[in-house]
Design a protein around this ligand. Sequence first.
Ligand SMILES: Cc1cc2nc3c(=O)[nH]c(=O)nc-3n(C[C@H](O)[C@H](O)[C@H](O)COP(=O)(O)O)c2cc1C
Length: 323
Amino acid sequence: MFSLGRFHYPNPVIILAPMAGISDQPFRQICEQQGADFSVAEMISAKPDLMDTRLAQTRLYFGDNPKKPKIVQLVGSDAKLMAQAAQLMQARGADVIDINMGCPSKSVGKHLAGSALLSDEKKVAEILTSVSKAVNIPVTLKTRIGPHEEHINIHNIAKIAQDSNIALLSVHGRTRAQKFRGQARYEAIANAKQHVNIPVIVNGDITSAKQCQHLIQTYHFDGVMIGRAAQGNPWLFADCQHLLNNLPNHYTHRQTTITQHIKALHQLYGKQALYIARKHLHWYYQHHQNYPHWRPLINQASSDNAQIELINRLQPPIKERLP
Ligand SMILES: Cc1cc2nc3c(=O)[nH]c(=O)nc-3n(C[C@H](O)[C@H](O)[C@H](O)COP(=O)(O)O)c2cc1C
């Protein structure tokens, strides 16, 4: 059992990972409907001149669901700017601030932000302390197991997080140098968990409910965070909740869920939505045996109505995936 402000979580939690360009409000809403306990919004820069851009505004759109925390993720390297940005987000209604120290992207790393910070533990402490002191909402941290193979320091980072009053730690089981190569290593995260009392969430390469169950039973993590495996398969959260927490697995009819998702994308993005919706449609149908025939149809649907009509035409249920 742990709490994030007024939100209480008795079970191992199942969380949708932040994914820039993917985990926007429409996708988060769909995943939460299917059982994600909560989700983290796409990262935004803490730089003041980037906080009110159109991109940031879209990323900061949360809709109106009082049952789910609004979790804003900040990325940056300047402790003072990060603290100010956190205060601004709190004033604008954020329930939780998540700090991104996991992003391996060069453009983020060039400013010594994201996972680039992991080589500088003093700086990590400085940022975490100033952000958590600046706000009175929970602050969480998302990170990786270390900068590179010869420097796995997640156990130190976890202790720094706990000492800085961080409420929850999620860890992608790769180093910064690995980017997305190789496999996530869960033992390093489990080892870090033994050094702290704050909730620790495991992340990286989790693709099935059985795998979630195995990770929770073996390492006693406080929850799992799922990213890429949820693309085209938000029902994975229902499967996980069913297996882990015995919650009923009566997920919404797939066609209904997809339609709702596509409509919400068009509402949020206007003209830009077509390509974003197309990307999700490909993910939804990619494992169906008829996908080779449907693929060009998905590419040809060139308006919101055409995409919705297509979803109705592709009526046969999408091939079930194993839990
Ligand atoms: C396209 C994409 C965008 C991502 N954007 C973010 C982000 O904004 N913030 C963040 O902390 N991690 C981001 N990540 C990392 C994911 O949150 C997650 O840690 C990683 O994908 C590993 O989990 P998975 O194997 O379940 O996908 C991103 C990953 C992908 C694939």
